[in-house]
Design a protein around this ligand. Sequence first.
Ligand code: ADP
Length: 328
Amino acid sequence: MDGNIIELVDLTKRYGSFTAVNNLNLSVRKGEIFGLLGPNGAGKSTTILMLLGLTEPTSGSAWVCGIDPTTNPIAVKSRVGYLPEDVGFYYNRSGFENLMFTARLNQLSGKEAKLKVMQLLDRVGLSSSSEKSTGKYSRGMLQRLGLADVLVKNPEVIILDEPTLGLDPTGVREFLDLIVDLCREDGLTVLFSSHDLHHVQQVCDRVGLFISGKLIAEGDIQTLSKKLFAQSPFVIEVGFSMLDPGSSDQSALSTSSDRVMMVLRKIGGISAVNPKEDFYQIACAHDATHEIARAIIESGAGLNYLNKKEYGLNDIYYRYFEGGENHE
Ligand code: ADP
């Protein structure tokens, strides 16, 4: 497994003639936060269920902590904590009582259980609400309690299925911070499924993009972006104005605008100059920011705006969507 704590090889799940997960190959390294990102119905939950031994693959194999979940689901469950989309608690019982119940189920003695539960409630920031019944918890508090609940058994891996769904921005921030702390301080490996780009981008070391049961891309954001935007890795946005904006002579203005275009196109390595609403987007093979700025000023125009575009997960995700399954 070479440092990989999750290893999926040609993993496939079919329901009748429908393929929910299609030939999935994926590795997650120990101690990383890996994001499974994709729209609803992409196959994320089905993949998670196979990792937990809760549903059998049609073909291919899965290894979690070196164990095959299909043949040994109990051993996997003892090493993996799973937070489903909707966590169920006894809502007429307190957070403390709920966690005590889990701790006793995990064979901890009364004293050990109490100590562990108090530590975990503190860890997830719920000490002051520990006696309150969970029916009165907010969605954010319930998710943090859910996290404490999966940590009772000291798992090596935690799998979180859409954990930020329905949380308000503060709840999301608190939850994501907790995940990062757990991963960095306790060396936990986290598999985090979400359809929310922004949440995944905030915390994940690497992401896998899922569409229609297929993993269409995998890697850290920089690598994905380089691969995807390899043809024109630099995009510079510029806005400029002619020096006499008050002039009513439209033909003079457009002539001077054409002059700027001509100068820009002469810069080596520029592959496209695309007009946007009130600026131009220039694609170039190298970082031509300085040359572009100089060219505009020397042509006699005024430089109003200059921005080197950084690609985020958003751009990557939508570019893959546009390309569908044609991207390798
Ligand atoms: P995601 O978690 O990415 O939203 P799922 O893994 O839940 O996606 O579902 C992937 C696809 O498999 C969906 O089209 C879903 O309807 C289908 N699916 C999931 N479970 C079953 C099932 N038990 N029987 C038939 N189809 C299913």
